[in-house]
Design a protein around this ligand. Structure first.
Ligand code: HEC
Length: 329
């Protein structure tokens, strides 16, 4: 079947853009000198220091019940994993958190062929979905998932069991993702339910930096360990993928040749996670030891990256320079 038939030209253009994002070299060719994937889905008139250099703070209520807290951590990591989604979204590196930044909304989101005004997305768009593409442009504002529950459309009352099928549909139909593992789905619902306006930190935004991304990666790997101990390697693999995608977000900001050394160490760390993932897939007992060793070594890597952060695109001044080099049009 030719899935492209009947698509408006702007969608086709976006598709080419997304596919070009598949490999480093061709992505650079397609993006001009724009080095950060996030630039693909940020409105051009957005302030790069704000839209790409900072994120809203997360309003997450972590319960005292350790079993529920562990579920939430699984969901938190899944929420930040492109491979959870399928097709074009995954290839472009889009994940739940791309639109719902830190569980909130994203007023700066603008993706050709998917958004209308910035901050909107058409999640029934055939660019992302072969199931639900309805051929109609109907972008909707990205809702703040950390807003009052009463303002959201889908009931989050656990007993009503509305949220799980909704998220299942999002992943498998709207975003063409593979069937999520039961723990992943349960975790995503637990995470969304744990977002709470009463848990919002006093500061509305924080820098997007090495500290945040390394912390996300470590939390995802701890969730991987918990699932691996429970014999659920499939979910553990997704958790490691989440951690690796966070490292990828650091990597793309360390592309300057002057940063070759810390970047090489970052890539070596990523390869070790690749091996851990493979061990999990094969149900090898050493998977756990690999994750433990990685976590033990991670503060040192983090320190090295932080020491050079100012010279990277985590520095708002360099970021603003890089944003100016974006491909026009
Ligand atoms: C491309 C941007 C985008 C991505 C990626 C995305 N969403 Fe959304 N999400 C939206 C938009 C837009 C809506 C509102 C749809 C509507 O109003 O019909 C929405 C709605 C929702 C809602 C319902 C909110 C309510 O009002 O009850 C939930 C829950 C949700 N998303 C969770 C997720 C999860 C979990 C993921 C990842 C699996 C995800 N979203 C990925 C844009 C996105």
């Amino acid at each position: 079947m030719d899935r492209r038939r009947g698509r408006p030209a702007k969608e086709l253009a976006a598709l080419g853009f997304v596919l070009a994002g598949l490999t480093g070299a061709s992505a650079l060719a397609a993006l001009g000198d724009a080095p950060i994937r996030g630039m693909l889905w940020v409105a051009k008139d957005a302030d790069p220091a704000r839209a790409l250099g900072s994120v809203p703070t997360e309003c997450l209520r972590i319960p005292t019940d350790p079993a529920l807290a562990a579920k939430i951590e699984v969901g938190r990591a899944a929420f930040r994993t492109p491979v959870l989604l399928g097709g074009q979204a995954a290839r472009a590196g889009i994940n739940c958190e791309t639109c719902h930044r830190d569980g909130r909304s994203n007023p700066d989101f603008l993706f050709p062929g998917v958004s209308g005004a910035s901050g909107t997305a058409d999640v029934t768009n055939s660019l992302f979905s072969t199931h639900r593409g309805n051929g109609i442009d109907d972008p909707k504002p990205i809702p703040d998932l950390s807003g009052p529950k009463g303002k959201l459309k889908v009931s989050q009352v656990p007993a009503e069991k509305k949220l799980e099928p909704f998220i299942h549909g999002l992943v498998t139909e709207e975003f063409d993702g593979p069937e999520p593992t039961p723990a992943t789905l349960e975790g995503l619902a637990a995470y969304v339910r744990a977002l709470d306006p009463a848990a919002c930190p006093a500061k509305a935004r924080r820098p997007l930096d090495v500290t945040l991304l390394m912390s996300d990666a470590r939390r995802a790997l701890k969730a991987a360990q918990v699932r691996a101990v429970a014999g659920d390697s499939a979910t553990a693999v997704v958790m490691v993928a989440s951690a690796r995608s966070r490292l990828g977000l650091i990597d793309e900001r360390f592309a300057d040749p002057a940063l070759a050394k810390p970047r090489a160490h970052l890539r070596a760390a990523d390869r070790r996670l690749d091996e851990a993932q493979e061990a999990l897939r094969q149900h090898l007992p050493e998977a756990q030891a690999k994750l433990t060793a990685w976590l033990a070594g991670s503060p040192r890597l983090e320190q090295e990256l932080k020491a050079r952060q100012k010279a990277s695109l985590f520095n708002p001044a360099h970021l603003a320079q890089a944003a100016k080099r974006r491909l026009p049009g």
